[in-house]
Design a protein. Structure first.
Length: 365
């Protein structure tokens, strides 16, 4: 029987709200026992520092120009990860074998052969006295992959755990939306386009809110169909095959001039239409769509998707899994696979040339 490892996955997504942390027990294959999930908000001041850095970073050269500032923020980020990891390990008293440390994506440019996730794996390993695996996207990109999405192999494993037999799509809606399609032992994935990012950016600018709670503003606005159709015709990403995206790839320029609620309704429908169009174009045999990520709580967005695709759509929470922590569980799972030198990305998930493992193992204690 293969050895099982206790792995702590740490994930901070494009919404920049904080860190999702999950402890799982797994053999890196079919055994997945989810032990604990916890969420930790970034301190408000630090969140603003991160947001400003990401908005200003349009290339790798920008980081080199302001290296001291980058290093200062990276140290703070790593120390915060160390602090929350220590609190989880102490509270739940699991003997953690591995830490899957995603870090914070600062810029994602696979077309230029790089994706930068901030986080110092050596420092984290030194503080926690644990094996740390990080830099999950690097090897994929070096092998001509997009470096994303990476949760696909975990979604595939979940279909086995949940005994789902029919063709199914896992739809993860974060800042960017991505899907994993699973049909028996075949699976593929791709970034789709904007999830919450445009709505979040716009409401932050106009109302200084982080997001539209349950899509409440969008629900009372009027969708401008002509603007949506024009934006869809103009968008570069809908014409890019199997590309992965950076949050700075998207702009809400096209809703200028609309009243606030109408703008939110239009942005909401725009995201729903992009997601629905792709599913209807590529995956007509799908029987069920399983939602995960923060966007699943945007009632207006999900209603728009349901109305457009007419397929059974369910929250992953209905399967006794917490949809807020699928990504952090995925990186705990990927850490085990990486440690065992198993593949984590595939030609049909990231466009990589051949199946490859990924992640760098750090033992610094």
């Amino acid at each position: 029987m293969d050895k099982k490892y206790h792995s702590l996955g740490l994930m901070s997504g494009t919404s920049l709200d904080g860190i999702d942390a999950s402890i799982i027990e797994s053999d890196g294959d079919s055994i997945i026992n989810i032990r604990k999930n916890a969420y930790f908000s970034y301190p408000k001041k630090f969140k603003l520092e991160l947001k400003e850095l990401i908005e200003k970073t349009t290339s790798r050269e920008e980081i080199h120009k302001n290296l001291k500032n980058y290093n200062d923020i990276e140290r703070k980020l790593t120390l915060f990860h160390a602090e929350i990891s220590e609190s989880i390990i102490k509270k739940y008293d699991y003997n953690i074998d591995l830490i899957g440390f995603h870090g914070q994506t600062i810029i994602h440019k696979p077309s230029d052969k790089y994706s930068i996730q901030m986080g110092d794996g050596r420092l984290l390993s030194q503080i926690l006295k644990k094996k740390v695996i990080y830099q999950f996207r690097k090897n994929d990109i070096q092998n001509s992959g997009q470096g994303a999405p990476l949760a696909s192999i975990y979604h595939y494993a979940l279909t086995k755990k949940l005994k789902i037999k029919d063709p199914v799509i896992f739809l993860n809606i974060g800042g960017i939306s991505n899907i994993t399609y699973v049909d028996n032992d075949n699976f593929e994935s791709r970034d789709v386009g904007p999830g919450n990012v445009l709505m979040d950016k716009y409401i932050k600018k106009i109302k200084n809110n982080d997001y539209d709670h349950e899509g409440s503003y969008a629900s009372i606005g009027k969708i401008d169909d002509s603007i949506v159709n024009q934006a869809l015709d103009n968008d570069f990403f809908s014409k890019k095959n199997n590309a992965s995206f950076d949050i700075n790839d998207f702009d809400y320029y096209f809703i200028k001039g609309l009243e606030f609620e109408d703008a939110m309704a239009t942005l909401n429908f725009y995201s729903a239409k992009i997601i629905s169009d792709l599913i209807l174009e590529k995956y007509l045999n799908v029987k069920k769509i399983i939602l995960c990520g923060g966007g699943r709580k945007n009632k207006t967005l999900i209603d728009n998707i349901k109305n457009l695709i007419k397929i059974d759509v369910q929250n992953i929470d209905n399967f006794d899994l917490d949809g807020d922590f699928i990504e952090s569980q995925a990186f705990a799972y990927l850490a085990v696979r990486s440690f065992l030198n198993k593949n984590i990305s595939y030609p049909k998930t990231t466009n990589v040339k051949k199946p490859v493992t990924g992640g760098e193992l750090i033992i610094n204690y």
